[in-house]
Design a protein around this ligand. Structure first.
Ligand SMILES: Nc1nc2c(ncn2[C@@H]2O[C@H](COP(=O)(O)OP(=O)(O)OP(=O)(O)O)[C@@H](O)[C@H]2O)c(=O)[nH]1
Length: 598
């Protein structure tokens, strides 16, 4: 088909679903089936995507003519090759996704799992319609496989008991979708596809149901997305899927062009690590044609132009700084260059940002994953102070430290597929790594909650309260191990287990016991004169002296909790002790007691 006769471009299809539910197997089966059914010259190869021409889809659905009448106007379907959340997030497009429709793969024996629900969330948010592939039907007990047959053909040949098992499993999926507020039904019973999600039973292993899956994807997109998939003659619009250093080609970008035509020598603009990149297309690369069924895409051939929708590798100078997930525009008229640059800058600055708030630092390898991370974190009410792409730098550490001083739980960096730059001292703060977006978010949330829980568990009993004591001269009962001395409480409250410090902030052991006339006390307050035993490596005359004044060594957090939760026990004498303690502690930690009004 020549491009001039095109009315529609091929819809872009993505595959999502829970781990091990069979996304890769199903995609491979679709590709393999398409390769087997193609006529010579019909199969063009794409970068990062596979094209299944309409002629193949029509051939496959021939036996279904009476059930799904498909007369295809679209040229075919473009399947994004790599399944999963992470790549999907780089298919970003302002206000949605470059993907036109999605296949949500669900293991029919296992039903909806965590990532199935997450996938639905993502699809809802990006407004991508989807159908459900109820996969692994060949694993239904008693199922007799009929390789590559339409589901309806194979289903009609199964025993009644097996048919019933399948129906039960489908019903289970219908219920699970209903809980998520979706109407759903087996595809052949759906009357209105705008109201119901179609469930297509398939097997990625035997290929059963693949004909229906393809026919439905094609039929639904061409019927309900006519405007969206209308072919555009103008300059290309696309998205950077991945940035790669290819042997012999230098830095290249794998892109999905979803609109218009991209030509060699076109000027393109896209997002870069430091600035918007403006460059000229030196070469457009597509995988060399397939010789046989092997799906290998390592050799390239160059072409003069590609038209939407397609996956193409772009060679150009300056791509080493290109950012995956960035929009890409071809500029037809140099006078509009600034306009395009501005659009890209604006879009990127919404995703890469620094705010003066208490929140965590997020670093990711691409714009798409960064956007997904920040979006998901904010949904869980986790504030983000700094969001950026690239390796962890000194600035990131400093920002996290600052946040941590304001609220300990936020003094972290969430790192998605990035590492610290060489020489960056990262041991001072907690960096949480995970290469799966949703696990990273779970890890971050868990860490924050753990820190908060720990803090909450600190009740009045476990707090170290402020106190100031004086070792009374002439009342040394034991000089060491443990020291036993007579003291007077000059202010505050002292209890066993409290750590003690000198006027210069140095630690000098811990209170072991408090006694008055041989009676053990659980505390001593202002004005009381009691005997105190102090354990630790200390000796009267060495670390501490008769007549010396000591303070309790109050942790910053304890002081904050005292002020936020137990203000009523703060007496005047304790207040003046607190002021002195803050002065002592500030020499080490300038933020000690910062938010406290004494
Ligand atoms: N019996 C049967 N096994 C299947 C089918 N589809 C996939 N499998 C098996 O299920 C396992 C997982 O399949 P994958 O295709 O790797 O699953 P995936 O969802 O791509 O997994 P991740 O990429 O790890 O998320 C493999 O052992 C497959 O062979 C199917 O239709 N029938």
């Amino acid at each position: 088909m020549s491009k001039d006769s095109r009315r529609f471009r091929q819809p872009i299809v993505v595959v999502l679903g829970h781990v091990d539910h069979g996304k890769t197997t199903l995609l491979d089966k679709i590709r393999g089936t398409a390769i087997v059914k193609k006529e010579p010259g019909e199969m063009t190869q794409e970068v990062g995507a596979s094209f299944v021409p309409s002629s193949v889809i029509e051939k496959l659905s021939e036996p279904l003519k009476n059930i799904i009448p498909v007369k295809l106007e679209i040229p075919g379907l473009l399947f994004i090759d790599t399944p999963g959340h992470e790549l999907f997030s780089n298919l970003r497009r302002r206000g949605g996704s470059v993907a036109d429709i999605a296949i949500l793969v669900v293991d029919i024996m296992e039903g909806f799992q965590k990532q199935t629900n997450e996938s639905i969330e993502i699809l809802k948010e990006k407004k991508v319609p989807f159908l459900v592939a109820a996969n692994k039907i060949d694993r239904i007990p008693g199922w007799k496989p009929y390789d590559n047959e339409p589901f309806l053909v194979s289903f009609s040949k199964q025993s009644k008991a097996v048919q019933q098992r399948l129906e039960n499993a489908i019903y289970n999926l219908v219920l699970q979708l209903a809980q998520l507020n979706f109407n759903a039904e087996r595809f052949d019973r759906v009357k209105d596809f705008t109201q119901y999600i179609a469930i297509v039973p398939v097997s990625g292993k035997t290929g059963e149901g693949v004909p229906e899956l393809l026919a439905l994807l094609a039929g639904l997109t061409q019927r309900f997305m006519r405007t969206r998939i209308g072919f555009v003659e103008g300059p290309a619009k696309g998205v950077v899927l991945e940035v790669k250093e290819d042997q012999g080609y230098g830095y290249t970008i794998d892109t999905i062009i979803y609109d218009g035509i991209l030509k060699r020598n076109d000027t393109i603009v896209l997002g870069g690590v430091n600035d918007v990149i403006v460059t000229k297309v030196r070469n457009l690369l597509l995988p060399a044609p397939l010789q046989d069924m092997r799906i290998s895409k390592t050799d390239y051939r160059s072409v003069d132009e590609v038209y939407a929708a397609s996956g193409v590798k772009i060679m150009a100078t300056g791509l080493d700084e290109a950012v995956a997930g960035s929009p890409l525009y071809a500029v037809d008229n140099e006078s509009r260059l600034d306009e395009y640059k501005k659009i890209i800058k604006e879009e990127i600055s919404k995703i890469r940002f620094q705010k003066n708030i208490t929140g965590i630092v997020v670093k990711a390898d691409s714009l798409g994953t960064l956007e997904s991370l920040v979006g998901a974190l904010e949904k869980r009410n986790i504030p983000v102070r700094l969001a950026d792409i690239g390796p962890i730098s000194k600035r990131d550490i400093i920002e996290a430290e600052l946040a941590g001083k304001e609220a300990e739980e936020y003094g972290i960096i969430a790192a998605f597929r990035v590492k610290p730059l060489p020489g960056v001292e990262s041991s001072k703060i907690k960096i949480i790594y995970n290469d799966i977006i949703y696990q990273l978010i779970d890890d971050v949330e868990k860490y924050i909650n753990d820190v908060r829980e720990k803090r909450k568990r600190k009740t009045l009993d476990t707090l170290v309260l402020p106190a100031k004591i004086k070792i009374l001269p002439g009342y040394v009962f034991r000089r060491s191990d443990p020291v036993i001395v007579g003291i007077k409480v000059l202010g505050g409250i002292i209890k066993p287990k409290y750590p003690l410090m000198k006027k210069d902030g140095r630690r000098v052991g811990e209170v072991l016991q408090i006694q008055d006339n041989k009676k053990t006390l659980d505390k001593a307050t202002e004005g009381m004169e009691v005997a105190l035993s102090i354990k630790g490596n200390i000796m009267i005359g060495r670390q501490i002296d008769e007549g010396e004044e000591l303070y309790t060594d109050v942790p910053k957090e304890d002081l904050e909790i005292l002020f936020s939760n137990y203000k009523d026990i703060i007496t005047e004498d304790m207040k003046s002790v607190i002021k002195e303690i803050i002065n002592i502690k500030r020499t080490e930690d300038p933020l000690y007691g910062l938010n406290i009004q004494v």
